[in-house]
Design a protein around this ligand. Structure first.
Ligand code: CTP
Ligand code: MG
Length: 217
């Protein structure tokens, strides 16, 4: 059974801004995408890691991970995942992960792969703790809502089928495409550390988190 981690890192990081796309910005002196790459490399169940990067980002990758296997992504996250997927036809299980979520703990991967034994797909989720309102001001029932993170684990065949048959708009993750096909989606406990770096201040928060974790260790 071959398990491949697909790290999508082909975005432009426009909301974060900065000189480099956020996945190449440094966190504690190391490019962000190295953090999750190392987490997958250290996990015994992961056989191979494929990075999906943007055209023109080859040198940035070569500077930090010269021996990494990579493919070029597309204009949307969905296209980037599809291109990564096409490059690993021999995989049985795929873990799709955002490079913009640097702090990936091994136990999240453990929970996902365990859940995948009895589901088509497994996703990490966290409860919503803020009050959530719609743009017209109506309060939504937060006990019925969850925050969805990555990595997301898939049986390869269903993920390929989901990408091939998808007819909706631009999805924000892959699990929603599997659900659209009628596939089973297992929810496992997510991790607050998996927060996605999205806005300018998030890089500084991520740095602060590293300092805090180091002091607590
Ligand atoms: N991603 C990708 N290919 C794209 C767009 C996004 O591989 N065409 C990746 C990003 O690199 C990121 C993940 O998908 O790791 C989540 O996307 P997001 O947080 O939206 O990153 P960006 O698209 O880079 O940021 P922005 O939307 O602010 O430009
Ligand atoms: Mg984006």
């Amino acid at each position: 059974m071959k398990t491949v981690a697909l790290i999508v890192a082909a975005g432009k990081g426009e909301r974060t801004g900065g000189a480099l796309p956020k996945q190449f910005a440094h966190l504690a002196g190391r490019p962000m995408l190295l953090w999750s790459h190392e987490a997958f490399a250290a996990h015994p169940a992961v056989d191979e890691i494929v990075l999906v990067i943007g055209a023109g980002q080859e040198q940035l990758l070569a500077d930090c991970l010269p021996n990494a296997r990579f493919v070029l992504g597309g204009a949307t996250r969905r296209e980037s995942v599809a291109r990564g997927l096409a490059a690993v036809p021999d995989a049985d299980r795929i873990l799709v992960h955002d490079a913009a979520r640097p702090f990936l703990a091994a136990d999240v991967i453990d929970r996902l792969l365990r859940a995948l034994e009895t589901a088509d797909c497994a996703i990490p989720t966290l409860p919503v703790t803020d009050t959530i309102i719609s743009i017209d001001g109506a309060t939504l029932p937060r006990e019925q809502l969850s925050r969805v993170q990555t990595p997301q684990a898939f049986r390869r065949a269903i993920l390929t089928r989901a990408h091939t048959q998808w007819e909706g708009g631009e999805p924000t993750d892959d699990a929603q495409m599997v659900r659209a096909l009628g596939g089973s989606v297992a929810m496992v406990q997510g991790d607050a550390m998996l927060e996605k770096v999205t806005w300018p201040g998030d890089l500084a928060s991520a740095e602060a988190r590293i300092g805090w974790e180091t002091r607590m260790a």
